[in-house]
Ligand binder design. Structure first.
Ligand SMILES: O=C(O)c1ccc[n+]([C@@H]2O[C@H](COP(=O)([O-])O)[C@@H](O)[C@H]2O)c1
Ligand SMILES: Cc1cc2nc[nH]c2cc1C
Length: 366
């Protein structure tokens, strides 16, 4: 078993479950509001969990941001993507210039976008608004050997932990994950297969848009990668090092760091789900702080939701990545918090409660 480095171990052990009594107390508040009990469905579930994460029991979202982790993948040499590797670096520049889908949706949703170079195969100018956490210029080809060393995997995890710590200092109270990396649906499917025990045929999808023939080849590549590397499902750092990616590790680290500080994280598509599944295998309490934003078309997502016991909030048939699902779901999460904080109670408004319907005399006057 790979023993993670000290600070990582300390951060992992600092993650405590969201107390069930606090969730129940928050639900009791929701039940006291002017609506039939449970009628706001999942908005209530979101609000109760967020309220319970806050020591004072009052949820708040003043500052939200998407953390977009970018990296390249050696396995693209196997022809598993519809696009060339150069697109990763080109899209990073597009994010920095504000022209990508995530920029539009984040402006619309009032979220900041932080772009992190975890391992893009390009040397960016040092004056760009890019967070430089580069571990290497892309991973190794997982069909031939490990993606990275265990030391690199731990450094990439720590980069995510550090970003979460900085986010807390900067006043963020809701974090979203995003990714960019041509080829990264391949390591994501590999990770989800290892952690779930499901065959790659059940976790692998069309990614950026490969046809059925290339999909069969992609599945065979992942089968080879698992046979050659033999990742140990009980050792998440080993899984990450053998068949993962630098951006996936950064996302896992962000989940660990955020959960250790009671910060909620909204997950995007299959790449974020794979990162979160690694973090969750390191400490299952982390799952209490996670929200699945949407049901990405990639089949590995469903496998990941089962591993994480998460139910996605939206089903918009999206498969872009970048954090686009995360920012969209933040609208609903903010709405849930407003319901919790701003609605009047039955008592304040003088509205009859359910049990009053059994009484003969209900005061109906306003
Ligand atoms: O978020 C998703 O579920 C998702 C599904 C398919 C593709 N993507 C994005 O597309 C890229 C990976 O696709 P591929 O085909 O190159 O493995 C990467 O940049 C991801 O952000 C993302
Ligand atoms: C153009 C393009 C944009 C993306 N954004 C996230 N993954 C992507 C993949 C491609 C190919």
């Amino acid at each position: 078993m790979t023993q993670p480095a000290n600070i990582l171990t300390e951060t992992l052990s600092a993650v405590t479950p969201v107390p069930n009594e606090r969730i129940q107390k928050a639900q009791a508040h929701l039940d006291s509001l002017t609506k039939p009990q449970g009628s706001l469905g999942r908005l209530e579930e979101i609000a109760a969990r967020l309220a319970a994460m806050h020591p004072a029991g009052k949820p708040r979202i003043h500052k939200r941001g998407v953390f977009l982790f970018a990296a390249d993948h050696g396995v693209v040499a196997e022809g598993i993507s519809a696009y060339p590797q150069a697109v990763t670096a080109q899209m990073v520049c597009n994010f920095l210039n504000g022209g990508a889908a995530i920029n539009v949706l984040s402006r619309h949703g009032g979220a900041g976008v932080t772009v992190i170079d975890m391992g893009v195969n390009h040397d960016f100018a040092s004056d760009l608004a890019l967070v430089a956490k580069k571990i290497a210029n892309g991973t190794g080809n997982i069909r031939c050997g490990p993606a990275m060393t265990c030391d690199q995997a731990e450094r990439a995890l720590m980069a995510g932990v550090e970003l979460a710590a900085q986010a807390k200092k900067d006043g963020f109270d809701l974090l979203g994950t995003g990714d960019m990396g041509i080829g990264n649906t391949t390591p994501s499917a590999a990770i989800l297969s290892v952690l779930s025990g499901r065959p790659p045929a059940q976790t692998t999808g069309h990614g950026t848009g490969i046809d059925n023939a290339v999909l069969q080849h992609k599945i065979a590549v992942i089968e080879d990668a698992l046979r050659i590397n033999q990742p140990d499902p009980a050792d998440p750092v080993d899984v990450l090092a053998k068949v993962g990616g630098f951006e996936i590790a950064g996302i896992a680290g962000l989940c660990i760091g955020a959960a250790s500080q009671n910060l909620p994280v909204v997950l995007d598509g299959v790449i974020s789900i794979a990162g979160a599944a690694i973090a969750h295998r390191m400490n299952p309490n982390i799952g209490d702080y996670l929200f699945a934003s949407h049901n990405s078309i990639e089949p590995g997502c469903r496998v990941g939701f089962d591993l994480l016991s998460l139910d996605p909030l939206l089903d918009f048939k999206m498969r872009l990545g970048e954090g686009t699902g995360s920012v969209l779901a933040m609208h609903a999460i903010e709405a849930a918090v407003k319901i919790y904080n701003e609605m009047t109670t039955v008592e304040q408004a003088g509205v009859a409660s359910k049990s009053d319907s059994f009484n003969k005399t209900i005061k109906a006057e306003p």
